[in-house]
Design a protein around this ligand. Structure first.
Ligand code: SAH
Length: 271
């Protein structure tokens, strides 16, 4: 019984093969053509999407350049250096947003990243990076990881970036995004950045992306002689000023006012 059923099945299969040879072959032909087309087109579609993002980044950098020129009277920054522009052109900002398909991923304004926080305006990221001036052998500390975008820009330029975020879910997400985007020289810490990250210091540059009422003394301590701190200073809900602190070789600190800004507050942990 079993044998008969089996042979019947085999016969049916064989008959089917013989019955519709032309259609089967024609179907195979189409399938082959389709898979060949998708094989050829898939990289074109991906390359097309990447090219479109690169064009958006180039447009974003052009806007940043214009703003840098417009604000140079205040900031003293006449133009972005070539390597800062290259970093802004390189970092895939859309990958640091909640929705990577957000059409305003490369618009020159801040965007929400959840938990009431924001990814800074690209102009501000570029300006702060220019002022921090990270060199290829430098260790950099960022306070306020947020999305991880500013950390990625710094990681394009410095040897090593330590970044600390007080909201643990954001720290975890940023860690994942930075790893997915291939940044291996960034370490994301979860905690209160007011204290800095002393165990990894001293640092050649420190970038603070949340507003503090005054410069946190631990950050100054963790700054190497010859280093720079870029930080917004002001009351949590009021006018903020972007400041640049520089420590000379002898350890003397000087400050420079850059321009009025608006940032989310540097909050403090309870301990
Ligand atoms: N640099 C970020 C944007 C920062 S928004 C980016 O590129 O996306 C400021 C961030 O600072 C927020 O995520 C906020 O949670 C964080 N923050 C506020 N106070 C902090 C503190 N004391 N220590 C560390 N991070 C802090």
């Amino acid at each position: 019984m079993t044998i008969a059923t089996t042979s019947f099945r085999i016969r049916r299969v064989q008959r089917c093969r013989h019955e519709r040879p032309r259609r089967a072959e024609a179907g195979r032909g189409w399938r082959f053509l389709l898979s060949l087309t998708s094989l050829v087109l898939a990289p074109v579609v991906v390359a097309g999407a990447e090219e479109a993002r690169a064009i958006e980044r180039a447009r974003m950098v052009a806007e940043i350049r214009t703003m840098i020129t417009q604000t140079r009277g205040q900031t003293g920054v006449a133009r972005l250096s070539a390597h800062v522009e290259a970093a802004m052109l390189a970092v895939p900002r859309h990958l640091f947003l909640d929705d990577p398909d957000d059409p305003s991923a490369y618009a020159n304004h801040p965007l929400p990243i959840g938990l009431g926080q924001t990814i800074s305006q690209p102009y501000m990221v570029a300006l702060m990076t220019e002022l921090a001036a990270p060199g290829p052998l430098d260790r950099v500390l960022e306070i306020g990881t947020g999305s991880g975008y500013q950390a990625a820009v710094l990681a394009e330029l410095a040897a090593r970036v330590e970044t600390i975020e007080i909201l643990e879910p954001l720290a975890i997400e940023a860690r994942e995004r930075l790893a997915a985007a291939g940044y291996e020289n960034v370490r994301v810490h979860a905690g209160d950045g007011w204290h800095g990250v002393p165990e990894q210091g001293p640092y050649d540059a420190i970038v603070v992306t949340a507003v503090a009422e005054a410069l946190p003394p631990p950050l100054l301590e963790q700054l190497r002689p010859g280093g720079r701190i870029v930080i917004p200073i002001g009351p949590a809900f009021g006018a903020h000023d972007l400041m640049l602190y520089s420590k000379d070789a002898a350890g003397a600190v000087s400050e420079r006012w850059i321009l009025p800004v608006r940032f989310v507050p540097l909050t403090r942990s309870e301990d």
